[in-house]
Design a protein around this ligand. Structure first.
Ligand SMILES: Cc1cc2nc3c(=O)[nH]c(=O)nc-3n(C[C@H](O)[C@H](O)[C@H](O)COP(=O)(O)O)c2cc1C
Length: 139
């Protein structure tokens, strides 16, 4: 079984999470709704950057994951700069015994007057295809 969890303050990463979940054939869960996360094969994690870091609630959620709760984690997300949350998530999860795929999906997210309209329909389609490839073992 696979799962998609995410944290999103403004809705950009939630849109991406829904697209990733569509590609993975599951339902996306906001971290607040994912407290009873079962042991999973692939754990997709959606994150944005705020002042260069991931959301505090997501950090606490990841730190509380049980060792080997997921066979592997795959990161996706949005940010204004184009920088990904992969490095921060990788350092948390690998200390918990959960390997993190070097393959991640990242796109621009709207912020104030930059990246207006992102993630857009093309970003969402690519996110869904990415998740499908991961689940089919192609990544
Ligand atoms: C308070 C705040 C701080 C942010 N800091 C950064 C940042 O350091 N680097 C960056 O690339 N984007 C930054 N952003 C932009 C967000 O990462 C971007 O808008 C993202 O798509 C938000 O995702 P969300 O709508 O799912 O919360 C910031 C946004 C906010 C609201």
């Amino acid at each position: 079984m696979n799962a998609v969890i995410y944290a999103s303050r403004g809705g950009n990463t939630r849109k991406l999470a829904d697209a990733v979940a569509g590609g993975a054939g599951v339902k996306a869960q906001a971290i607040a709704d994912a407290v009873d996360l079962a042991q999973v094969d692939i754990l997709f994690i959606g994150a944005s950057l705020y002042a260069g870091r991931i959301n505090k609630g997501l950090r606490q959620f990841l730190q509380a994951l049980k060792e080997k709760q997921a066979a592997k984690a795959v990161v996706f997300g949005t940010s204004a700069s184009g920088k990904s949350a992969l490095a921060e998530i990788k350092s948390i999860l690998e200390s918990r015994g959960i390997p993190v795929s070097p393959e991640a999906f990242h796109c621009k997210g709207s912020f104030l007057c930059v990246n207006s309209g992102h993630p857009n329909t093309d970003d969402l389609a690519r996110a869904g295809e990415f998740a499908k490839r991961v689940c089919d073992g192609g990544l």
